[in-house]
Write a protein that binds this ligand. Structure first.
Ligand SMILES: C[S@@+](CC[C@H](N)C(=O)[O-])C[C@H]1O[C@@H](n2cnc3c(N)ncnc32)[C@H](O)[C@@H]1O
Ligand SMILES: Nc1nc2[nH]cc(C(=O)O)c2c(=O)[nH]1
Ligand code: SF4
Ligand SMILES: [Mg+2]
Length: 218
């Protein structure tokens, strides 16, 4: 049984695939926070910007089989217009919550047979199933990484117990710093300026601004 908080069609707002049309499938639950505000300060991850409790969001629900969830996701991809190049490959981003608590090889394989490329946003503490096409790892504080290679490493900045230097030698193709965006300092200019300064001083790292928040598309 897969538990999905919400699923929606949008553009990827972050990282190297920013701007790409994507179905987002947000799984319920996380291994680093209960999702309840009363637990936030004592959680293993304290700065989450997301509600991932339950299955009550848009297109959320419980899905008994990989086929059922894959059909649900495929129905959110737009029908081809005829003017598109065939290489506009359908793309699904599994996030959460922590998607690696639920994503399995069967669901990935079913999506592949429906023509999808499969991307994952993970905190990196759990081993991924085989078949993921784009793996984004976003380390959280001093929680040990189970994943040390992938396509992009996208670090929320700053984190006192997770400085970028700690990750710069890992085996990723892209390295991003994403300014921490958390109430009451949402889109805080100082945080963005500090992140910019770090990228300018350390050109291995690129800036990732959360485009969906800036443009307001989800
Ligand atoms: C909500 S998380 C879900 C996926 C997974 N649990 C993870 O942490 O990577 C999705 C992305 O949002 C980032 N994120 C979470 N809270 C954030 C915040 N307050 N500011 C900026 N990025 C944030 C995460 O680091 C991750 O890259
Ligand atoms: N548009 C959009 N892009 C995103 N990239 C990562 C997100 C996430 O919450 O995992 C996210 C999200 O929530 N919305
Ligand atoms: S690990 Fe990801 S989903 Fe879990 S609390 Fe942190 S940012 Fe949110
Ligand atoms: Mg988000």
């Amino acid at each position: 049984m897969y538990q999905v908080k919400e699923a929606f069609y949008t553009l990827q707002g972050e990282g190297a695939q920013a701007g790409r049309a994507s179905v987002f499938c947000r799984f319920s639950g996380c291994n680093l926070w209960s999702g309840r505000e009363v637990d936030r300060t004592t959680a293993k991850c304290t700065f989450c910007d997301t509600d991932f409790i339950g299955t009550n969001g848009i297109n959320g629900g419980k899905f008994a089989t990989a086929e059922a969830l894959a059909q649900h996701i495929a129905a959110l991809w737009p029908a081809p217009t005829g003017s598109e190049k065939p290489k506009a490959t359908p793309y699904v981003v599994f996030t959460g919550g922590e998607p690696l608590l639920q994503l399995d090889a069967a669901l990935i394989a079913t999506l592949h047979s429906n023509g999808f490329e499969v991307a994952v946003e993970t905190n990196g503490t759990l081993a991924p199933p085989p078949g993921i096409d784009w793996l984004c790892v976003s380390p959280k504080g001093n929680n040990p990484l189970a994943v040390t290679h992938g396509d992009e490493l996208k670090l929320v900045y700053p984190q006192a117990d997770a400085p970028p230097e700690q990750f710069s030698s890992l085996d990723f193709d892209h390295f991003f710093l994403q300014p921490m965006d958390l109430a009451p300092l949402n889109q805080d200019k100082t945080t963005v300026a500090e992140t910019t300064a770090y990228c300018m001083a350390n050109p291995q790292w690129r800036l990732s601004l959360q485009m969906h928040k800036l443009a307001g598309f989800d």
